[in-house]
Design a protein around this ligand. Structure first.
Ligand code: SF4
Ligand code: FES
Length: 237
């Protein structure tokens, strides 16, 4: 029988002075993983389309002027990539310091680990503006606290064509005030949300939280949990 399987084209490059050969289309992030050189990532998630938003995964490619996001950049033959040089580390540290200055990351354990690993100066930007949003508690299933949102976009994508095809989430406002929202900022029950919970599952921070978990953290009684998980309590500060 004729074999129509195309041979897999491979790419050979250098990562941190080590030769690496991977199938064509492999990102630098995944290629580095094959030699156990983990590149830090925040917005990237295996289950969602990578968008290159947080930039914490930047690497030095061929000594170019601009650092490149490893989560979206495919490997090319002959590339010379540095994932850990001084320029890369300084850039990642600054990104983490800026993120920490604007967003409440207290309930983001993976990000906290990165802040420690990169020994960031947590007071580098004193007086910086913080992203402040009221807690949105408008449905029986989960609460939304966008003060803790680092705009990784995972929830938007898992709600859209990465998984659920519900398209309940988008963004509101612009620039520093950009935030995740329903279309026209309606309450969740008035949106197309089907309360599948996938957004909560991929959120790397405390921005999206199951209502029961929230209630237990805030000392709700069983009666309060029962009552509040049967209806939204409307927007509460
Ligand atoms: S709510 Fe969570 S998943 Fe959605 S963008 Fe913010 S941090 Fe990411
Ligand atoms: S992990 Fe690559 S840009 Fe966020």
């Amino acid at each position: 029988m004729e074999n129509n399987t195309e041979p897999v084209k491979t790419i050979t490059l250098t990562i941190d002075d080590l030769p690496v050969t991977v199938p064509e289309g492999t990102t630098i992030l995944d290629a580095a993983q094959t030699i156990d050189h983990a590149i830090p990532a925040i917005c990237y998630h295996d289950a969602t389309t990578a968008n290159g938003l947080c930039r914490v995964c930047v690497v030095d490619v061929n000594g170019g002027r601009l650092l490149q996001p490893a989560c979206i950049l495919p490997c090319q033959d002959g590339m010379v990539v540095q994932t850990r040089n001084e320029r890369v580390e300084r850039s990642r540290r600054t990104i983490l310091e800026m993120l920490n200055s604007a967003v409440d990351l207290a309930q983001a354990p993976t990000v906290q680990t990165l802040l420690d690993d990169y020994q960031i100066d947590r007071g580098r930007f004193p007086g910086s503006e913080r992203r402040e949003h009221v807690l949105l508690d408008d449905n029986p299933f989960y609460v939304r606290d966008y003060s803790q949102c680092l705009l990784c976009w995972r929830c938007v994508q898992v709600c859209a064509d990465d998984a659920q095809y519900t398209f309940a989430l988008t963004w509101g406002d612009r620039g520093f005030h950009t935030h995740i929202s329903t279309a026209f900022q309606v309450d969740m029950p008035e949106s197309s949300c089907v309360f599948c919970g996938q957004c909560v599952g991929v959120c790397p921070t405390g921005a999206l939280k199951p209502k029961i978990e929230f209630g237990l953290e805030h000392g709700w009684s069983l009666e309060q949990i029962r009552e509040n998980t049967r209806r939204g309590r409307k927007r509460k500060p």
